[in-house]
Design a protein around this ligand. Sequence first.
Ligand SMILES: Cc1ncc(COP(=O)(O)O)c(C=O)c1O
Length: 473
Amino acid sequence: MNPSGTTYRDIVEYIEKKAAEGEWSAGRKLPTQREMAAAFGVNRSTVIHALDVLKERGIIESKTGSGTYVSDYDASTLSKRFVNWTDFSKYSLHPTNHDIVRKINKLELDDSIIQLGKGELHEELFPKRLFHDSLRSLETTYHHYGYDDGTGDYRYRKAVSSYLKERGIASSPDTILPVSGALQALQLITLGLLQLGSTVYTPQISYVHSLHVFRTSGMKLKSIPFKKQRLGTEYLRDDLSRNKSSSMLYVNPTFQNPVTTTLDGQSRKELVELSRDYQMPVIEDDIFRDLWIDQEPQPPIASLDHSGHTLFIGSFSKTMAPTLRVGWMTGPADVMEKLSDLRMQLDYGTSYLPQLAMYNFLETGKYDEHLKTLRKELRDRRDTLAYLLETYIADAATWEIPEGGMFIWVRFADDINVRRLFSALVDRGVLINPGFIYSYYHNQYARLSFTSSSLEDMEYGVKVIRDVVDEQK
Ligand SMILES: Cc1ncc(COP(=O)(O)O)c(C=O)c1O
């Protein structure tokens, strides 16, 4: 063993890997023994030992007076000795994200790009001053240091229960399950409640189409037609009457991502009836509810359901910040108990720190104060984006003004190729969210965000869209 801890085996493995993965191809000259000894922090004798092993295996060869080279061996036999991680991840139960979604996820973190598609608040909309007070409160509220039973902090659950009461949903702290974001709630439902071969109904174009959630472990995602504010409940009733597998319905009914419309009262009522008639649970993901601008949205489906068919999900990712990773889920007590047990098996529950910060933020009225300010900002920003679209691309696209949320859902004219538009915009430093990641049938659409950039960047971004549209014509 050398002072650096590196052994001759480490060196053998390092060089074998480089050769097997094709990074060091046949004929490549290796560094000198002295250079390798310095690079690995080992004695020359360790390098010589490693090189002897590699020579024995036919991976390298020495040429007198010239040096050591990677030899022309059969790389396929060598690569068999290494784990093929690509195959492992490709064929795993939970596949990697779609390539385009991964690309967007990466670009969303690039500060040099104008973010015109992202579903989050720009940092200037985050209530820094108010929230810092709540962070300071942790000094006195954080005093449970051990594991809990997956149910989370009681004070947070109580505060969320009061919050839900104000929105018409009856719950108790015991029926609130803190989660690390709404997406985790969907994963818990998938793992804890869905059965192999289950059907999950969801509107034709839906947030969950852009993810693998629900589709893992053999569940079927089935689209229901919907137009504007109406969901195709007749279609759903018909399908349910023939469907023999267990089913659930997923809806994001208020300012739906990405289309921004809100289900009307009639659709909500019909869904409650359907769920009762066919014992079909409804997953209501109401993550955008608090972002209303013009008027309070329709009451939640959970507030109309008095027979325990609805699992209601919310989160502070959209009104505060997604990095907080804190949200909640509520439903029948036995279901929440089962899912908190699942949390114990998966990760022992949500961190107490964001729960306690949000408990304080809710209890002291700061959340409501923040929402009041935020709604004014949202109105200004929505109206600004609508004005910019009208000014620059009215001849190339159509849209409707949303009553809340974060986005305007834009339909580009048929002669514009939105895939090409998306790529050309990325090249010009502007990111939009193309409709095709949510639905094959929405190739002409894009989701533009009025919350994720500064106002100056928003204007610049729309002007660039104009330029790129002109280049396509
Ligand atoms: C409809 C919907 N549900 C859930 C999520 C995920 O939210 P969270 O950050 O709370 O996991 C998103 C994020 O964009 C969303 O749009």
